[in-house]
Ligand binder design. Sequence first.
Ligand SMILES: *[C@@H]1O[C@H](CO)[C@@H](O)[C@H](O)[C@H]1NC(C)=O
Ligand SMILES: *[C@@H]1O[C@H](CO)[C@@H](O)[C@H](O)[C@H]1NC(C)=O
Ligand SMILES: *[C@@H]1O[C@H](CO)[C@@H](O)[C@H](O)[C@H]1NC(C)=O
Ligand SMILES: *[C@@H]1O[C@H](CO)[C@@H](O)[C@H](O)[C@H]1NC(C)=O
Ligand SMILES: *[C@@H]1O[C@H](CO)[C@@H](O)[C@H](O)[C@H]1NC(C)=O
Ligand SMILES: *[C@@H]1O[C@H](CO)[C@@H](O)[C@H](O)[C@H]1NC(C)=O
Length: 447
Amino acid sequence: MAPTSLIPLVLSFFLSLSINPTLPSSLINELNQPPPPDFPAIISNNCLKDPSLRYCNSAATDITNIYKSIVVARHLCTESNNSDCNVSFAKIDLRSRPKVTPLYLSFAFFWKYCPLSVLSIDLSNNSLEGPFPSDVLHCTQIQSLDISLNKLDGTVPLEDFTLLSNLSFLNLSYNHFSEGNIEEIAFFERFNSSSFLHSGLFPGDHHYGFKVTTAILLLIGVLISVVSVVGCFGWVFVRRPDFLPSFLWRSHKFTVAMLKKATDGFSEDNLVWRGERGKIYKGRLRDGLEVEIKVQRGRISAELHRAFDEECRVLVQLRHKNLVKVLGWCDQRELRAVVMEKMWVCSVEGWLLGSPPWKQRLKVSMEVVEALCYLQEQWSSIGYDLRTRNVMLTEDNEPLILKFKVGDQNTKSRSKYQNRCFLGNDCFLLSLGAEFMLLLSIIEGQQ
Ligand SMILES: *[C@@H]1O[C@H](CO)[C@@H](O)[C@H](O)[C@H]1NC(C)=O
Ligand SMILES: *[C@@H]1O[C@H](CO)[C@@H](O)[C@H](O)[C@H]1NC(C)=O
Ligand SMILES: *[C@@H]1O[C@H](CO)[C@@H](O)[C@H](O)[C@H]1NC(C)=O
Ligand SMILES: *[C@@H]1O[C@H](CO)[C@@H](O)[C@H](O)[C@H]1NC(C)=O
Ligand SMILES: *[C@@H]1O[C@H](CO)[C@@H](O)[C@H](O)[C@H]1NC(C)=O
Ligand SMILES: *[C@@H]1O[C@H](CO)[C@@H](O)[C@H](O)[C@H]1NC(C)=O
């Protein structure tokens, strides 16, 4: 076997491995076999009977490739669902077979000796890439050729088509060929435009310049939009955080303007509570969130400012379903405010007036205990004021602890802060019933 004839063999072997490991291994095996000893005789015999067979001219010199072409022909015949594959076959049907089609196209020896019986070749819908598979045009006798729905590019060898004198069906549609002068070749007059739809062969198929310009313009547009959106966002983020949905706030810092906006300029209508040390307003943030805002006016020392700031920084980090959610704060020279999400509808104090059922009281108190556990475990520096008026209830009877004391107090003063509650008449646990003293003792015991 000549080394040159080995190359396509080895190549096809590896191709078959890489492209389609499922291709019958028998094909690969057969291609690796030398022709049987009597093969030259068979060929000669065939050529005597039918001298027009393609291999007859080169039979003497190219036995191996002729043998392989016949092996491939037999497999391709079966692959194409022809009925009788040991004699001759009429169609090569590799439509929608993207795995095996490139492999069969790579068998140049097959196409060189394209069986005369083949009248139709369908390679459509295979995502074929690269140049036009010119080897196919060796089958000059074909009447039908379909190469549509692929991704072939480059020039189509239009002149070579004129050899296909019996071709009556052609489909080159949906490819990426470069423009060709089909109109100038009489041969193609027999085909109408539906043979060349979006093939790239006509000027109308090419919008590349246009496409590139459009793409660049589009890209610039997108870039500008992105930059402006990011810029806007950044500006809003820094200058007007109230324009953002509240969940996006990182700083938790409110400006006086934002508070004014939320409370209609601290209007009396929104005043909920007025005390010696400050006022509480209800309000609504720009994104619709209902809030309650505790406001304290007047100058205070720098040290107190710092303490307030530190306290707020801690409060906004509390995350428990039974602790009121502190959204942020405002710390200006003349005004300090804490903004809380208003999720509650009443206080436990008010609720108890309606003598709620025992079961609900238990549920509420257990949830309060949960929140206390959370505070104990994660925020041991935070004290809480458990008077019934300071524990609120949501619509779903979820308690929310409203009042905390953060910061400088040591454990002793903290427990004092709690004890004041526990001893008072309006102590949350006491009010709920004597049994809660048990819970209380459990909690206290934990400390
Ligand atoms: C080929 O024939 C087999 C059965 O012989 C059938 O299952 C298959 O659908 C056919 N394929 C095509 C493309 O006609
Ligand atoms: C083709 O093969 C079938 C069965 O494999 C056989 O019956 C038939 O004779 C063969 N035809 C020729 C021309 O060899
Ligand atoms: C093309 O092939 C894909 C699968 O590879 C198939 O889903 C699709 O229906 C085929 N399209 C045509 C027009 O045959
Ligand atoms: C076209 O068909 C005719 C009649 O079947 C045949 O004689 C001729 O050889 C064919 N042309 C080619 C190029 O095969
Ligand atoms: C184009 O030719 C095909 C046959 O090859 C025919 O079915 C189709 O109707 C023709 N289309 C037009 C637009 O003439
Ligand atoms: C060629 O293939 C395309 C895509 O499947 C189809 O739209 C067109 O009608 C076909 N043309 C002919 C002549 O069959």
